[in-house]
Design a binder for this molecule. Structure first.
Ligand SMILES: NC(=O)c1ccc[n+]([C@@H]2O[C@H](COP(=O)([O-])OP(=O)(O)OC[C@H]3O[C@@H](n4cnc5c(N)ncnc54)[C@H](OP(=O)(O)O)[C@@H]3O)[C@@H](O)[C@H]2O)c1
Length: 245
């Protein structure tokens, strides 16, 4: 089983580890090792994978920038999957498509990405997860403004990235099958609660209320999935203080 993982961020690396544990042959591809999914030659440079996992990302709050990046990435991966007769596994976010959260440009981009994937990829699995435990640290870095770091008020049901990677690796290697899988962690909490528990960093965290309809949606749990989502441990506290963290 040969798997190409496109996107070398935290998720790409976790998926690579999970696939190697399951005995797959893995190529982790991103610009840092010379693979740009947006370049015209990307199909030829993928090799002959049985499965392509798409875990690319570009952090932006701009709707047009997010939509441009995510749809172009997915069009390229879908074209490659068709040309190579490979399966396409797309990593996405639980409830990113809800109308109330489309004001967040990044989610609008992810929504457009899922739509393009469904239209253009005949052998597609979408794996949607809630925010990862790692997201608290990612947010702290991304939202740094000098000595402070803004923490958007959001109620979430976060999950360990390694648990998500394990599901993706099972889907890629064929030990489970599905066209849409949703994954969440065991507890509802807030991003603020998680951030407060992280080891201290130089920037001081500051809660950031988001105004309007979108802010209410974030605060009151629009990103928390229903009972259809598979719940996977550990808890945030176990993850933070456990031997593997
Ligand atoms: N954070 C969360 O809690 C969460 C939850 C659910 C789903 N997701 C989704 O998971 C995906 C991956 O997120 P992540 O946090 O692991 O990664 P990320 O920090 O968003 O970075 C994504 C990776 O994409 C690569 N990349 C960017 N442009 C590229 C290009 N043109 N060609 C090839 N690779 C490119 C980058 O590597 P190079 O710089 O080396 O190219 C980077 O390592 C995103 O789509 C995100 O929406 C995130």
């Amino acid at each position: 089983m040969e798997v190409a993982v496109v996107g070398g961020g935290p998720s790409g690396k976790a998926i690579e580890r999970a696939l190697l544990e399951r005995g797959a042959t893995v190529r982790l591809l991103s610009r840092s090792n010379g693979f740009d999914v947006l370049q015209a030659d990307s199909i030829e440079r993928l090799g002959q994978p049985d499965v392509i996992v798409e875990a690319t990302g570009r952090f932006t709050m701009s709707r047009s920038a997010a939509t441009d990046f995510f749809t172009r990435s997915t069009r390229a991966v879908a074209a490659a999957a068709r040309a190579l007769d490979a399966r396409h596994l797309l990593l996405s976010i639980v409830n990113c498509e809800l109308p109330d959260v489309q004001g967040y440009g990044y989610f609008a981009g992810k929504t457009a990405q899922e739509r393009v994937a469904r239209e253009e990829s005949p052998n597609l699995t979408i794996v949607r997860s809630t925010q990862w435990f790692e997201f608290a640290g990612q947010n702290r870095e991304r939202m740094k403004l000098g000595p402070i770091s803004l923490v958007p008020q959001m109620t979430i049901k976060p999950v360990a990235l390694d648990a998500v990677a394990g599901v993706i690796a099972d889907l890629a290697t064929g030990t489970r099958a599905s066209t849409l899988t949703e994954i969440a962690g065991p507890e509802v909490t807030t991003l603020w609660n998680m951030t407060k528990q992280l080891p201290q960093a130089r920037a001081t965290p500051l809660p950031m209320p988001i105004p309007g309809r979108m802010g209410r949606a974030f605060r009151y749990g629009a990103l928390v999935p229903g009972a259809e989502a598979e719940v996977l441990g550990p808890t945030f506290s176990q993850w933070l203080h456990g031997p593997a963290s």
